[in-house]
Design a binder for this molecule. Structure first.
Ligand code: URA
Ligand code: CA
Length: 434
């Protein structure tokens, strides 16, 4: 093959063969094909797209570029859950113990947060002692004994995605549906799970701004999963406003614990019940969705789900008391409420603006190697459709810098749109794709 011919074919809207795609990806990972040629290729894909066959070939070529994790040492059906990224998306923290408490085996490889979206690994590291770099043996043992474990992705998991993602980031080719699908699914397939539940988000705080694009991404990923022999179910969910109420790291651990104690926001709880019951069906531990949901609710009521969270935390070296006594979590030096200036109803919450504000307070990274401040964040007092009263807080901000605290207050106020009219609440779950 000759790389310019592959680029030209895609540039002209042609269909690439599996051999051509593999040649390109393998050559790129080995360092034999330079960034500038792959940049041109990515831009051609951005404009011309890829059909499902090409996207699947790309996914598999990427998945095989590094270690293909073998989870066969874990008994039973392993189910993975993945979110395409969002704001106040505390789902994984709740779902991992919740589904595990109902008998689902979850071996979760997770990434760190980048930009305005948080990462589950970063959030869990708020818990004193919690280790997110488990050895393969520890990881397998904890899943076998506790039902769930979570560890950072090893350097060798899909090296093709690491290189391609960095290149996409600087060549304005991130928001391409086939490239996102291949990026996500290559990591899921290499991660070794048997079945996959995807939460594909759309709206202001998500990669996909439009519902239709998220639905298409969901369909393509479900199909890739099928072709790769990994049964996949995808949900398309609203990320036009934050999902839960907490945006940050330590405060999202608090929100997860509260949700497992039955005191979480109904949107977060409902999504966790839906995804959790889907995971139970996929794992084969329950056949009826309604029964599965009831079991999960029962495990929250009885405290079994919270106990499971504590068990996972303890087994990964963390202090489970932090899930009861929140003062054991990192605390910010300053906090303040952002008061509403008028009575009314919340019409819109700009999730992206809140995510970026939390990031700049220190909750997230602007660059890959930035350090995280686990104590800072934003706690919302309401969501779209909720009433607000003049002088009462819209949100509370936690910061370690007084200047940033005042700056963030203006950002947070600007992220809320208040109206005199009555506003409907937003539905979170919009589609289920199988
Ligand atoms: N998440 C990923 O892992 N990859 C993308 O390309 C977008 C979101
Ligand atoms: Ca978050």
């Amino acid at each position: 093959f000759f790389v310019p011919e592959i680029i030209e074919k895609k540039r002209n809207g042609g269909k690439l063969s599996g051999e051509e795609i593999r040649y390109l990806i393998e050559g790129y990972v080995r360092g034999e094909i330079p960034d500038y040629q792959v940049s041109a290729f990515l831009m051609a894909v951005y404009f011309r797209g890829m059909d499902e066959e090409e996207t699947t070939e790309l996914t598999m070529a990427m998945a095989r570029s590094g270690e293909m994790v073998d989870l066969s040492a874990i008994e039973g059906v392993k189910v993975d859950k993945h979110s395409s990224g969002g704001i106040a998306d505390t789902t994984t923290l709740v779902l991992l113990p919740l589904a595990a408490s109902a008998g689902v085996k979850i071996a979760k490889l997770s990434g760190r947060g980048l930009g305005h979206t948080g990462g589950t690994i970063d959030k869990l590291e708020s818990i004193p002692g919690f280790r997110t770099e488990l050895s393969k043996d520890e990881f397998v043992r904890i899943v076998n004994e506790a039902g769930a474990a979570i560890t950072g992705q090893s350097k060798d998991l899909v090296p093709a995605d690491k290189k391609l993602y960095a290149l996409r980031d600087v060549t304005a080719t991130v928001d391409s549906i086939p490239l996102i699908a291949a990026s996500i699914m290559s990591k899921k397939i290499a991660g070794g799970a048997d079945r996959i539940v995807l939460d594909v988000k759309f709206g202001g705080g998500a990669f996909m701004k439009r519902y239709e694009d998220a639905l298409e991404l969901a369909r393509i990923m479900v199909n890739i999963g099928k072709l790769a022999g990994r049964q996949t179910v995808a949900y398309v969910t609203d990320m036009d406003q934050p999902l839960g109420l907490a945006i940050g790291n330590g405060i999202e651990v608090i929100e997860a614990a509260e949700t497992l104690k039955g005191r979480g926001h109904k949107d977060l709880l409902n999504l966790c019940l839906e995804l959790g019951s889907e995971m139970m069906l996929l794992a084969g531990v329950e056949k009826d969705k309604e029964k599965a949901r009831k079991k999960l609710l029962e495990n929250i009521r009885s405290g079994k789900a919270l106990e499971k969270f504590k068990e996972i935390v303890r087994r990964q070296g963390g202090d489970p008391d932090a899930l009861e006594d929140y003062s054991l979590l990192p605390r910010a030096r300053f906090s303040r409420g952002v008061e509403a200036r008028e009575d009314g109803c919340i019409e819109k919450i700009d999730a992206l603006r809140l995510g970026l504000t939390a990031m700049k307070l220190g909750a997230g990274r602007q660059k890959k190697d930035d350090a995280i401040d686990h104590s800072v964040g934003i706690w919302l007092c309401g969501k779209v459709g909720d009433g607000v009263e003049k002088g009462k807080p819209l949100a509370v901000i936690y910061a370690n810098d007084e200047e940033k605290l005042q700056w963030a207050a203006e950002e947070v106020r600007g992220a809320f749109r208040i109206t005199r009219e009555k506003v409907e609440t937003r539905r979170v779950i919009r589609a289920r794709v199988t």
